[in-house]
Design a protein around this ligand. Structure first.
Ligand SMILES: [Zn+2]
Length: 278
């Protein structure tokens, strides 16, 4: 049984200079491969169920899948709700066995974001689990524009909500398919100077590899959310598995061919960000 809360994996990461992968899952095939990758690298992993994952599979099922994987894993596994938009959704995730809730009030005015996030933190902490909030707004490639995190607002948000982790907007963008999204290090330094809460980068796929690795070691960024780059590997592996043999129709047989490529790609990501500096 290695089910862990977000705080249980991020506090050691903050202290020892590494980051934990918040890997975006869409189904059994990728979540299973991510845990295999974390075990092979002997590092913790955060399995994340975001809005599109929940649209496909209900939260109570996802909670069972995450917990089953965690219970049989040799490394700490966090069952994390990504971008919960309402208290009700967070409550359902809690009731479904999740050990970490992200409440995203980043589109709302500051005071409302603080108030609503604090309520989710209270819910989470009352049940012995963790909560991540977002301050500033992380935009979407081809969609909504970002609003950079103001360090003073971040300090206030951390203080008044008591979140266990804080997602910040420092040049990162969701859903990027290339790595030209260099992060604003001056802004990261200004934020970590005024708060001790572990920081989270959403849109980690778009960050240049070398910068991602360096920041994992030498900043308060303790969690990189990685979705798009792994989804691209999965999509490519699935397409080639389907095309490999036109007579093959059994989907379990086809999906088996995606396991190794997605495991290898996740191992590489985790190896880069989660190794303790030696
Ligand atoms: Zn996100």
């Amino acid at each position: 049984m290695t089910l862990a809360t977000l705080a249980e994996v991020l506090q050691p990461a903050l202290k020892n200079g590494y980051a934990v992968g918040g890997l975006v899952t869409l189904g059994w095939e990728d979540m299973r491969a991510y845990v295999a990758a974390a075990e092979a690298e002997n590092v913790p992993v955060i399995l994340q169920a975001g809005p599109s994952c929940r649209e496909h599979t209900p939260l109570p099922i996802l909670g069972k899948m995450f917990r089953h994987l965690a219970e049989n894993a040799s490394v700490p596994v966090v069952a994390h709700l990504d971008h919960g938009y309402t208290l009700e959704e967070c409550q359902i995730a809690l009731d479904s066995g999740f050990t970490s809730l992200m409440f995203d009030g980043s589109r709302k005015p500051l005071l409302q974001n603080i108030e609503e996030t604090a309520a989710v933190v209270e819910l989470a902490h009352g049940a012995g689990i963790s909560c991540e909030g977002e301050i500033g707004f992380v935009g979407y490639s081809g969609g909504a524009q970002s609003a950079g995190t103001d360090p003073e607002e971040a300090a206030r948000f951390a203080r008044e909500t008591a979140v266990d982790a804080m997602a910040i907007s420092v040049g990162n963008v969701h859903l990027k398919q290339n790595r030209d999204g260099e992060l604003d290090e001056a802004r990261i330094r200004a934020i970590e100077a005024v708060t001790h809460v572990p920081l989270v980068i959403h849109g980690g796929s778009g960050v240049p590899k070398a910068q991602r690795e360096a920041l994992a070691r030498n900043s308060a960024i303790c969690k990189f959310n990685i979705g798009t780059e792994l989804r691209m590997v999965f999509g490519e592996a699935l397409r080639s598995a389907v095309n490999r043999d036109p007579d093959r129709f059994d989907r379990v047989q086809i999906l088996k061919d995606t396991h190794q490529p997605i495991t290898d790609a996740a191992r590489e990501v985790l190896r880069e960000i989660s190794k303790c500096p030696t």
